[in-house]
Ligand binder design. Structure first.
Ligand SMILES: *[C@@H]1O[C@H](CO)[C@@H](O)[C@H](O)[C@H]1NC(C)=O
Ligand SMILES: *[C@@H]1O[C@H](CO)[C@@H](O)[C@H](O)[C@H]1NC(C)=O
Length: 378
């Protein structure tokens, strides 16, 4: 950290306002590097995943996986939209880095003339496995997201006749968290995978199913596909409340369980790139970007450095139940000093850290083998 001159300027500024100005300036500095190019870098951008990138697909479902009320969206231009964070998701920010003007519409409300520029299929509570998240009601699993994409592609081929353009699109897939939080780690009442499988066996079950799903995406024309690894779920407030950390900052065994999945996902990327030589799959190291210690971690390190609150990582909003923000409650005033918005979901600032480094890797370990910027070029 010593090599950043701003650090010392900051120590002379007192209070939260100074921190806010500093953090905001840093973000704008970053953002300026990539936005401002007039031309979109890709013709289209498709988003698959769970609540980390949901843009409102759950709003009309019968489900407790909902975020279409304040204080969710408090920092989003259109207010609350069903995004499970205070502002933009990482998928929103990556879309802006790609030079795409508007936020990609949710499948639930997208019109046929919007399909050709991209659709967001992501759904809070959804998983690689059909059953994941079912105890809280409806959600769109990855299998069903792919069926929806199949319909989109069919509509496009009826209208455009030629769907070659789909090969030029960027596809992001950010899924798997619910297969752990709302399945494997929720032992007993609703799910039995935690009793049946070791962490390595379960990671194998998931990546095998994921492999089939990604081959379907390929068969529907996808060629530039970024797969987001899972975050260190052992550090989220929801888990810190449920499990002992044995005096450590995070629940270590949960992070080990997650690492087993990430390890196999990275291997899957190699396998798919070998099998499908005209496609490019890549792994985004979400956990490394957010939680790597002792490295120059850009925005995120500064945020944590300036905020003991952030280091302890309490949720920014007041909670009702295990994880969700209380309807119309007043959240923490300075969201740019929080890692988590509710007890599970990252704030916009965390999403910015992930998106920034997914788009342009800072460390070679951030993205393997390509960051998204390079994915647009290959
Ligand atoms: C489809 O469009 C691409 C360019 O986007 C073109 O290269 C290709 O020849 C077209 N294929 C057909 C069957 O028209
Ligand atoms: C898309 O759906 C059609 C009709 O159900 C099916 O025949 C086809 O195999 C599907 N495509 C893929 C790639 O799954």
């Amino acid at each position: 950290m010593d090599h950043h001159p701003c650090l010392y300027t900051q120590t002379h500024m007192d209070g939260d306002l100074g921190k806010l100005v500093f953090v905001t300036a840093l973000i704008l500095l970053h953002f300026g590097k990539y936005v401002g190019s007039d031309e979109p870098q890709v013709p289209c951008y498709f988003i698959f995943g769970d609540s980390l990138v949901d843009g409102g697909n759950n709003n009309h479902l019968e489900t407790k996986w909902k975020a279409n009320y304040l204080p969710y969206g408090i920092d989003f231009p259109q207010g609350y939209t069903g995004r499970f964070t205070n502002g933009r998701t990482s998928a929103d920010i990556i879309g802006q880095f790609l030079g795409i003007d508007d936020f990609i519409p949710s499948y639930a409300i997208a019109t046929i003339d919007q399909f050709s520029k991209g659709v967001n299929y992501a759904s809070g509570g959804g998983g690689i496995q059909e059953e994941s998240g079912h105890h809280n009601g409806d959600r769109v699993s990855l299998d069903r997201q792919l069926l929806n994409h199949n319909s989109t592609v069919s509509s496009l081929s009826r209208v455009a006749k030629n769907t070659t353009i789909l090969k030029e699109c960027i596809y992001v897939v950010n899924i798997g968290s619910n297969d752990y939080i709302n399945n494997y780690l929720m032992v007993g009442k609703y799910y039995n995978t935690g009793q049946i499988y070791s962490k390595d066996q379960y990671a194998e079950v998931l990546t095998q199913q994921y492999s089939q799903q990604l081959r379907t995406l390929y068969n529907l024309g996808g060629r530039k596909i970024a797969l987001f690894g899972l975050s260190h779920i052992g550090c989220i407030p929801y888990m810190l409340k449920r499990f002992s950390t044995n005096g450590k900052p995070c629940v270590g065994w949960i992070n080990d369980v997650i690492d087993a999945f990430n390890y196999k996902l990275k291997a899957l990327v190699d396998e798919l790139n070998k099998d499908k030589s005209d496609a490019r799959f890549t792994f985004i190291n979400t956990a490394g970007i957010l939680f790597a210690q002792g490295v120059f971690n850009e925005i995120y390190v500064y945020m944590i450095f300036f905020s003991e609150r952030a280091l302890q990582s309490p949720p920014c909003c007041q909670l009702t139940g295990d994880w969700a923000c209380t309807l119309k409650s007043v959240p923490c005033p300075i969201r740019s000093l929080s890692v988590y918005f509710d007890a599970i979901h990252p704030t916009e600032l965390s999403n910015m850290a992930i998106a920034t480094r997914a788009y342009k890797a800072v460390l070679p370990t951030d993205a393997y083998p390509y960051d998204i910027y390079h994915l647009t070029k290959v």
